[in-house]
Design a protein around this ligand. Structure first.
Ligand SMILES: [Zn+2]
Ligand SMILES: [Zn+2]
Length: 335
């Protein structure tokens, strides 16, 4: 069933927000000009400690992959597969193109299943992710943009995650930007009692236990089980989580600084070939800013978009419907 679009929601999706506006202070907000520190929305005294600790913490756990004791080829394969399963399906397809931009309609069982994959990428809840991203589109490279790299590159990449955003502390604002999602009890439950983090922890535990059982039965000792289980967690969960983070973050940082533009949007969004390839399609970011609801981000033939190919496959299988095509494709067909 399609999620009903509330008036506020359709405002957010509306193309009038395709381009950013000049900030309240009248400062130029895109191009080559540096954006001022977003003091109006960010209070440096409000550090988000759980992010400040979790981000370096998970990086350190991922670094265990450099120790041979934690190595297994199965772990490496799970890490590579996981980039697609949790990053491409969970974040790109579900969190971004389906839930945030409603570029297609999926049955609830599929939508919720894909959202759980996104939860296992440790990028916060679907509603939180969607709210931040909708604010980003509404104010791209303007002062209220939560993660413009025009402040500085590190800020746009992940620095922004470590500070409270006053705009986000406002419950009305939160409800306004994700009311459509939070009307679904499934997404509301993920918000409560850190349930999303419990799911992430449970999936990591599952990786370990499965590895432990296989390692013990094939290696003959409990220690062989511990070693194999640990290799699956270090590679298949921690290393993959960190890689997926940097892939997603590079869309926020790199593609608002370097690349070419197909569309003259008023923000600084770019199409970046490298990010386009390693993010499985999210790096065609200027295309995306110009046509936000389109489920395909690669608009030209050579702008390879694995996420879009996946959506096409799901559409052919009848699993998603009402797939929104880029306007430029529709215009080309009409001519
Ligand atoms: Zn952007
Ligand atoms: Zn978007």
């Amino acid at each position: 069933m399609a999620t009903e679009v509330l008036p506020e929601e359709s405002e957010i999706m509306d193309s009038e927000f395709t381009t950013s506006e000049v900030g309240e202070s009248g400062e130029l907000t895109a191009g080559n000009h540096a954006l001022p520190w977003p003091a109006s929305t960010i209070d440096p005294t409000l550090i988000r400690w759980r992010y400040l600790l979790a981000i370096p913490g998970v990086h350190l756990l991922a670094c265990l992959a450099f120790f041979p004791w934690f190595f297994s080829w199965t772990g490496v394969v799970l890490a590579v597969l996981g980039l697609y399963v949790f990053g491409t399906l969970g974040i790109n397809l579900c969190y971004h193109r389906l839930l945030t931009h409603q570029g297609m309609v999926a049955p609830k069982w599929l939508e919720h299943g894909l959202a759980l994959l996104g939860v296992c990428a440790m990028q916060d809840t679907p509603a939180c992710w969607a709210a931040m991203h909708r604010i980003h589109h509404k104010h791209s490279d303007d002062r209220p943009d939560p993660h413009s790299p025009l402040v500085n590159f590190f800020w746009g990449h992940c620095g922004w995650l470590m500070f409270e955003n006053r705009e986000f502390l406002n419950v009305n604002c939160y409800q306004r930007f994700t009311r459509d999602l939070l009307r679904d009890p499934f997404y509301l439950k993920l918000e409560r009692n850190m349930n999303w983090l419990r799911i992430y922890t449970a999936h990591a535990l599952l990786f370990f236990l499965a590895g432990f059982a296989i390692g013990w039965s094939t290696g003959g000792t409990a220690m062989a089980g511990v070693q194999f289980g640990a290799s699956l967690v270090v590679w298949g969960v921690f290393a993959r989580t960190v890689l997926t983070w940097h892939i997603t973050w590079s869309v926020n940082s790199v593609t608002h600084v370097w690349g070419y533009r197909n569309y003259e949007t008023n923000d600084n969004s770019r199409n970046n070939v490298l990010v386009g390839l390693w993010s499985n399609g999210e790096g065609w970011h200027n295309n995306h800013h110009a046509d936000q609801r389109a489920a395909a981000h690669g608009h030209r033939k050579w702008e390879f978009d694995v996420t879009w190919l996946t959506i096409r496959l799901l559409e052919k299988l009848g699993l998603v419907t009402n797939v929104v095509r880029p306007r430029c494709w529709k215009q080309a067909e009409a001519e």
